[in-house]
Design a binder for this molecule. Structure first.
Ligand SMILES: [Zn+2]
Ligand SMILES: [Zn+2]
Length: 286
């Protein structure tokens, strides 16, 4: 098996389709020794005034968006309590409590998030940039796809700067899906190679691992996030990597891990991080 842990998963109550109990059973059946549940931790005071919020309401996953830390805590506390209970009931598999975090660059966010971590005591934090703040609102990759080229380029530039700030914050155990805009076929032109390389250098300097996220294979590019051009840079700077499925349902647990592992190796990646090193990374930087 390419990796005996899977730590990037989502469950019902956020934007996943299945319960933690079912995800844990699926991980056991797939042969994993450890599963981490990492639902979205998203707090932004204006999030309900965005275009994407309307789409989330229509899609039935708007509960993952919060306008205050108290609101997020009210969802995560019972969720984490359930995971603790499930660990007691399932001693044969290790169950970790994570979160996939969107960081926003304000003091209010930093203070609120520090308080949330003190209360929830997550086992690990995944740093992610699903959003860019542009023109007084918060946009996602679908919004980026809908604007004209000049604005889109400005947004993509902000996207990569956000990734760099995530890395520099030293708050995260690893960084998720580096080239997420690829979801809408954005940011793939060679002109973006320079900022990608600059970002990989910053990542290498910080020592933070990055994931090879197999949900990228869903979009028909035959590439995970990140794609092979960034994989080659990761290999060049010897950045540590792990494989993630980003499973939003039981069928995707461990999906394409072997494929991702082989593709990573074929692009020169040798530095696969151990579970212990991954979990210790944030402690080292705090
Ligand atoms: Zn994500
Ligand atoms: Zn995710």
């Amino acid at each position: 098996m390419a990796q005996d842990f899977t730590l990037h998963t989502h469950t019902i109550g956020f934007d996943g389709k299945n319960t933690p109990e079912h995800m844990i059973a699926a991980a056991r059946n797939a042969g994993f020794k450890t599963i981490g549940i990492s639902n979205h931790f998203i707090v932004h005071p204006e999030i309900r005034r965005t275009k994407m919020y309307g789409a989330a309401v229509a899609g039935g996953y708007s509960t993952m968006y919060n306008t205050s830390f108290d609101e997020a805590l009210a969802k995560f506390q019972p969720h984490y309590d359930e995971l603790a209970r499930l660990q007691d009931e399932n001693p044969d598999i290790r169950i970790l409590r994570g979160m996939e975090v969107d960081r926003f660059p304000t003091d209010a966010w930093a203070d609120g998030f520090a308080r949330a971590c003190e209360i929830l005591k997550p086992d690990y934090l995944i740093g992610a940039a699903h959003f860019v703040e542009y023109g007084g609102t918060v946009c996602n990759v679908h919004d980026m796809a809908a604007v004209d080229a000049k604005i889109r380029d400005e947004m993509l530039n902000i996207y990569w700067k956000n990734i760099q700030e995530l890395v520099k914050s030293g708050m995260f155990n690893w960084i998720a899906h580096l080239d997420l805009p690829k979801k809408k076929n954005l940011g793939e032109h060679r002109k973006w190679d320079a900022i990608k390389r600059e970002t990989i250098k910053i990542i290498a300097k910080s020592g933070v691992p990055v994931e090879i996220n197999t949900s990228g294979y869903k979009i028909g590019t035959l590439q995970p996030y990140p794609g092979t051009n960034i994989m080659k840079m990761i290999a060049e700077y010897n950045v540590p990597v792990l494989i993630s499925d980003d499973a939003h349902d039981v069928d995707r647990i461990g999906r394409d891990f072997q494929l991702a592992f082989v593709q990573a190796r074929n692009n020169g990646i040798k530095n696969f991080v151990s579970l212990q090193k991954l979990l210790d990374f944030r402690k080292k930087t705090l």
